[in-house]
Design a binder for this molecule. Structure first.
Ligand SMILES: [Zn+2]
Length: 289
């Protein structure tokens, strides 16, 4: 039976962290900073790839990156891509006080407003986590959607505020707000798969084969197309990670094969607005079910 809604939507998102990622983690040194700098080197390749296939995308850009690479970030905007908030210097959000989080959001908002000529409507926390104040502060800032949480995969939902989790009783769900959530996943993020990071106390091995990684991504899209009505699949990339030759070839193949499955590519702001206007994305409807 043909599906009632669309075949599905894939959202390619790029977190252009550049050096801010390493600075925020206390891992800044000339070597690690150069890894961040590579992200800027790779941006033109990504813009070309997206343009060659006519794909709109969303870029989450820390204020620090926009201030460091204003012309490059302008090229992202001029190419028709959306820019969204991603902290000022890739802050570890869960450690911030309410005042510090607000100051950080306002500063980042000011930088991106200057970059794009209008305030951003989207937000992704640098560490994919919230404080108890994040939802309220984002709404106060005028943000319309977030893309940092993981409670669903193909189905946008509304963020709650005021959840409580006592250890001696059940989880208490807070109140649903107007902030739309377009969920992410570590399994749909290039960083843990590919990036090799070694410190004195831990190693992230990374360096997975591009074919394996994009095989996972494509299977998530295949499952969505088969069993979910009008689903949305958000995938996270980082220019400093995905910008290497073998990974770019993998990304090209992924885009072409996903398109062959009948999905369309969209910016997150468009998906968020359609969701807020009542489009029922992501209904579970298994084949033969
Ligand atoms: Zn980031």
């Amino acid at each position: 039976m043909p599906k009632a809604g669309g075949t599905g939507t894939v959202c390619l998102t790029f977190d252009f962290d550049a050096m801010s990622l390493w600075i925020a983690r206390g891992l800044a040194s000339p070597g690690t900073l150069s890894r961040g700098e590579f992200g800027a080197h790779a941006v033109p390749r990504l813009l070309h790839l997206l343009e060659s296939r006519g794909i709109p995308s969303t870029w989450f850009i820390p204020g620090h990156t926009a201030d460091t690479y204003p012309e490059l970030c302008r090229r992202v905007v001029d190419a028709g891509h959306e820019v969204g908030l991603h902290g000022y210097c890739h802050e570890q959000v869960s450690r911030l006080s309410r005042d510090a989080e607000w100051d950080m959001l306002r500063r980042a908002n000011e930088v991106l407003t200057g970059l794009a000529g209008r305030p951003p409507v989207g937000h992704r926390t640098p560490t994919w986590d919230f404080t108890p104040h994040t939802v309220e502060l984002l709404l106060e800032l005028g943000v319309r959607y977030d893309s940092s949480l993981m409670a669903t995969d193909y189905t946008p939902y509304y963020c709650r505020a005021g959840d409580e989790w006592p250890e001696d009783g059940p989880y208490r769900f807070g109140t649903e707000t107007e902030l739309a959530e377009l969920p992410v996943s570590w399994s749909l993020d290039d960083y843990p798969y590919f990036e090799y990071v070694r410190t004195s106390s831990w190693i992230m091995p990374g360096l997975r084969t591009a074919g394996d990684v994009f095989g996972n991504f494509l299977d998530d899209v295949r499952y969505m197309v088969r069993d979910v009505d009008d689903g949305v699949c958000v995938i996270t990339f980082h220019p400093q990670v995905i910008g290497r030759g073998h990974r770019l070839l993998g990304l090209e193949r992924f885009v072409d094969e996903a398109r062959d499955l009948g999905v369309e590519f969209a910016r997150l702001d468009r998906v968020a607005e359609e969701f807020r206007n009542g489009r029922r994305y992501g209904t579970y409807r298994p084949e033969g079910g």
